[in-house]
Design a binder for this molecule. Structure first.
Ligand code: PGA
Length: 259
């Protein structure tokens, strides 16, 4: 299956000048042709970078309507400025902007309708198996299942093939600087299998095997090879490390060379 390396710049950098410089540096890097490279800058910079050749452009969110919705950016607008992809349901959107599964579902349906490929982010907060009262819970299974099922409500068998699912356990995001809660390839492998099981139930085995599932959470050039080889993923969603063009190019190159 094709591999996807997606850079999520989040709310950075601060200026158009820096955004252009970063984009141009990435654009100039060489890595081969075996991966899809997608970069998702903040909205104001989308029109300042030119998606040509080897990097595709993505938005970090979209709204499902146009008109009297102050501050909203619609899927159609993203498409018009050259986006081919859009990240939806990122844990930071869920936490700081109140995106619920129902909201994410509406966004996802509108993205598909506008011809964008949604990158649906899902992931549990912790890997606790017991709650505070000692009751057996399994946060990975419960949370991820609910997020996947609700976000994909109404997505047809034909359209689901355009969706990419990003497994992003919250406990492993942005841990690049000294925190040791890195996900292990086995943690990712379990979640990927579980998501494919849900897709099999919702759609079919063929579709479950065809939908790309990628991993995101403190990925860098040191750990990506193992996630690709042992985590069973079809790529990675890179946050912090995507703001360093040399590091990002290294990640893409490793993915390109991975079998
Ligand atoms: P990170 O971000 O690579 O900085 O952990 C990943 C993400 O949130 O998409």
């Amino acid at each position: 299956m094709d591999k996807y390396i997606i850079g999520n710049w989040k709310a950075a950098p601060a200026t158009t000048k820096e955004a252009r410089r970063l984009w141009d540096q990435i654009q100039r890097s060489s890595w081969g042709k075996n991966v899809h490279v997608i970069v998702c800058p903040p909205f104001p910079f989308l029109s300042s970078v030119i998606p040509k050749g080897k990097i595709a452009l993505g938005g970090q969110d979209c709204f499902w309507e146009q008109g009297a919705y102050t501050s909203a950016v619609s899927a159609e607008m993203l498409k018009d400025v050259g986006c081919a992809y859009v990240i939806l349901g990122h844990s930071e959107r869920r936490e700081y902007f109140g995106d619920t599964d129902d909201v994410i579902n509406k966004k996802l349906l509108s993205a598909l309708k506008s011809g964008l490929r949604p990158i649906l982010a899902v992931g549990e907060k912790t890997r606790k198996t017991f709650d505070s009262r000692g009751k057996h819970t399994n946060e990975l299974d419960i949370v991820v299942e609910e997020q996947v099922v609700k976000a994909l409500r109404g997505v047809s068998h034909a359209k689901i093939r355009n969706v990419i699912i990003a497994y992003e356990p919250i406990w492993a995001i942005s841990k690049g600087k000294g925190n040791h809660a890195f996900a292990k390839p086995d943690d990712v492998f379990m979640a990927v299998l579980y998501i494919r099981k849900i897709l099999t139930r919702l759609y079919s085995r063929t579709i479950a095997e065809a939908v790309p599932i990628i991993y995101g959470g403190s990925t860098n050039s040191k750990n990506i090879a193992r996630f690709l080889a042992e985590g069973g993923v079809n790529g990675v969603l890179v946050g912090n490390a995507s703001l360093d063009s040399t590091e990002f190019a290294r990640i893409v190159k490793i993915a390109n060379e991975a079998t």
